[in-house]
Write a protein that binds this ligand. Structure first.
Ligand code: ZN
Ligand code: ZN
Length: 271
């Protein structure tokens, strides 16, 4: 439910290549979810659809591919929105104007910069950076309804100088609980983003402790996303992630069709 294609500036994969790869892995559904991040400062990379924000062109290609593969694999039309508080109402109008199946709401930006910008981590402790990120994410999630799930909830960890080595749920429990409760109260969900798992950080995003807490608080809506920017990342670490979700108490995962969750049983444990 989280796949990028050449409509995103950080991927060169054609839509059909991604769909064919998912089909070859035996998947029944794939959501394409390219970047639409409005209002980045001019010195940052452009993460708008096709670098112009052209949604119609994106939708027409996805519809074409969906029709071509009908009966073999279901192609769901998604989008990954970059959330920022001042964009809240604009994003609400945006998602209402187009027939998306699925919307990921991601916080890629805090303290005026992209999380990848090393300047963010230069003059503060990692704990301060994390607190600033989670507070921004909480404000973003409260300011709009333009999302079905929260993308990579602890995204900041992958850009910290020491990555997730010192992360502990307890250090940020006040903010993380508030984020999870906001999501649950609004009837939204989170994703289990496996990119950090298959790229060597040893944990999905969010961390297992956060997934577990989400379930404890009553959270049920959860999607799988490999955040694949190239075909060989599709489905990365899904088996491992599925076992992690079971251990956290989940029995179902979701896909989204027409912005509504469809619950599917998690695979039985191996062996
Ligand atoms: Zn993202
Ligand atoms: Zn993404």
């Amino acid at each position: 439910m989280h796949v990028h294609t050449c409509f995103s500036s950080d991927s060169t994969a054609p839509v059909e290549t991604q769909v064919r790869k998912a089909l070859s892995l035996g998947m029944k559904h794939i959501a394409i979810s390219d970047h639409q991040d409005y209002d980045y400062p001019p010195w940052h990379s452009i993460y708008l659809l096709s670098e112009t924000g052209d949604t119609e062109g994106y939708l027409s290609v996805l519809r074409e591919v969906r029709e071509k593969y009908e009966g073999r694999i279901e192609v769901l039309i998604g989008i990954e929105l970059g959330l920022q508080v001042p964009l809240g109402k604009r994003l609400d109008r945006y998602v209402a104007a187009y027939p998306f199946d699925f919307v990921i709401g991601s916080t890629h930006f805090f303290n005026g910069r992209d999380t990848e910008d090393p300047a963010l981590y230069r003059d503060c402790t990692e704990e301060d950076a994390c607190r600033a990120y989670f507070q921004t994410e909480l404000d973003n999630l409260a300011a709009t309804d333009a999302y079905d799930v929260v993308g990579h909830l602890d995204f900041v960890l992958r850009d910290l100088p020491s990555k997730n080595r010192y992360f502990s749920y307890r250090t940020y429990a006040d903010l993380l609980d508030e984020i999870l409760l906001t999501v649950i109260r609004k009837g939204k969900g989170i994703e289990c983003n496996t990119k950090t798992l298959y790229r060597g950080m040893g944990q999905p995003s969010p961390d297992t402790s956060v997934l577990k807490r989400y379930r404890e608080l009553g959270g049920e809506i959860i999607t799988f996303g490999s955040d694949a920017h190239q075909p060989d990342w599709i489905g990365g670490a899904f088996v491992e992630a599925s076992e992690i979700l079971r251990e956290c108490g989940f029995r179902y995962y979701c896909i989204f069709r027409d912005r509504k969750p469809v619950f599917l049983p998690l695979a039985q444990p191996r062996g």
